[in-house]
Ligand binder design. Structure first.
Ligand code: NCD
Length: 293
């Protein structure tokens, strides 16, 4: 049984094959390869894009989707998450998609199920489907020629599961990360190049990935306001100049703090392309894990 808990669960060859499928799904039109299959989603943390992306991906493939409303589920009656999942598993779903604030939780559910578990984000740990759709968007943009491309990851890298999954995955395809963050947002013990400000490296950067400040995961306030942070880290027309970069963000974007309004509508910004690609990539992932090919 194959699960998707971190990007390490797929080899590079598996990812390349996955992307061939995603290309076939690129127009997001219906295709009934998962007709008769049932997918359960369990989101214990807020989500707009990831949850709807999984649901649309499943439905586009003809699967039925049950979204468990965790607010009204038995977790609020004291049932452990392991019992909740074992009970759902007893109803014979074909896959379970889960997001939870606890790092490592999706991995610990594996022994309680007979179907693939798809990690839709566990705390600051991992967000494998986001990294897979980011890499897909980068490969699409550069027509597959990504070896040696430099990616500036800007913002709260330390508490971002998007950053940690991308930092595992992208170097496997030859992309070189440069971490741009104030010291308190910089991960400890990183093998990657670090700089404090984007302007120090902008001339060598091909891709910028801006990240949201993960206020909900901080135990202390680092800035008086997000605006203070944005003064140094917001991606603006001035900060990128004429450089031919690809600008990405996993969403939700804090406008004029992460990226300016002006840059969000700049042709170099592919944030909405990431969202479209996210559905195609999740279609391919669901097909791979449920049909096992
Ligand atoms: C991210 C997440 O939830 O990890 N969003 C997403 O899935 N598209 C990033 C974030 O919340 O900042």
């Amino acid at each position: 049984m194959q699960h998707l808990i971190t990007t390490k669960d797929f080899t590079n060859d598996e990812i390349k094959a996955l992307y061939e499928d995603a290309k076939l799904f690129n127009d997001l039109q219906s295709n009934l390869v998962l007709k008769g299959k049932l997918i359960v989603t369990l989101f214990f943390e807020n989500s707009t894009r990831t949850r709807s992306s999984f649901e649309i991906a499943a439905k586009r493939l003809g699967a039925d989707v049950v979204n468990l409303d965790v607010g009204t589920s038995s977790s609020s009656k004291g049932e452990t998450i392991f019992d909740t999942v074992a009970n759902l598993n007893a109803m014979k779903p074909d896959a379970i998609v889960i997001r939870h604030s606890e790092c490592g939780l999706p991995q610990s559910l594996i022994d309680f199920v007979d179907c693939p578990i798809l990690n839709a984000g566990d705390g600051k740990n991992s967000h494998p489907t986001q990294a897979l759709l980011d890499l897909y968007t980068i490969l699409e943009h550069f027509d597959g020629d990504v070896k040696g491309k430099k990616l500036a990851i800007v913002g709260d890298i330390k508490t971002s599961r998007v950053a940690s999954s991308n930092l595992e995955l992208l170097p496997r395809f030859g992309i070189e990360p440069i971490l741009i963050a104030p010291e308190h947002f910089m991960p400890d013990n990183t093998p990657f190049k670090k700089e404090q400000f984007l302007h120090q490296v902008i001339e060598e950067v091909d891709i910028i990935m801006s990240l949201r400040t993960q206020l909900e995961r901080h135990s202390q306030a680092y800035y008086l306001s997000l605006g203070e942070y944005g003064k140094d880290y917001c991606i603006t027309k001035e900060s990128v100049g004429d450089r031919n970069i690809l600008l990405l963000h996993p969403g939700p974007v804090n406008r004029n703090i992460d990226i300016t309004d002006e840059m969000l509508v700049d042709a170099r910004c592919k944030v909405l392309r990431q969202v479209t690609n996210g559905v195609a990539v999740r279609m391919a992932i669901l097909k791979k894990l449920i049909l096992k090919h």
